[in-house]
Design a binder for this molecule. Sequence first.
Ligand SMILES: *Cc1c(COP(=O)(O)O)cnc(C)c1O
Length: 209
Amino acid sequence: MPDNFQPDHSAHAPLRLRLDGEALVSNWRALKKRSGAADCGAAVKADGYGLGALEVVKRLSKAGCREFFVAHWSEAVALSTIIEPSQISVLNGAGADDMDVALTLGARPVLSTVEQIKRWKIAGGGVCHVMIDSGINRLGIGPEQFDAALFNGLQIDILASHLASADEDSPQNEAQLRIFQGAANQIKAQRLSLSNSAGIMLGPDYHLI
Ligand SMILES: *Cc1c(COP(=O)(O)O)cnc(C)c1O
């Protein structure tokens, strides 16, 4: 090794992502504007995609964002210290081990299997969201599993589905939209949610309310 060797620390430094609070808020505002009449929530799972969920939620909440989505109940518990639990949705839904916290916290589970729906009804869980499988993504309850008795007695706030290929100009998007609209005609819910960030860019047909 030469005497004048200078180790290049930058090459070995762990990856860092810095939160630019103003950019975050202006990005959310841009997406909200693009969403037309639809509400624009924020997915802040994985600790706000590594930015720090509490910091992200504080800023977006102040900017007017009212719906926040996390993957796990532990994340919902952490967020419930700074926002109303009813503004928090837990994408993993309500597994058997989640029921204690799910029934007390007041955050909304996104129920995504028949088993979760039955468990939630038996427990008298109250307001919830339901995830529908509208395409190839295999997330949620598929139309072949629908029956009136399944959804009877559920207080569904948001009926949701996830676009598998929203970032592509794919015929799948329209197919998913049609299937989801069919589900929405059969299942009573307060609100509908289909578009992730990329889905917002697909235009007004995808801005469901
Ligand atoms: C993460 C997630 C979203 C949000 O996706 P973005 O691309 O971050 O907008 C939407 N729906 C589900 C089911 C998710 O897990």
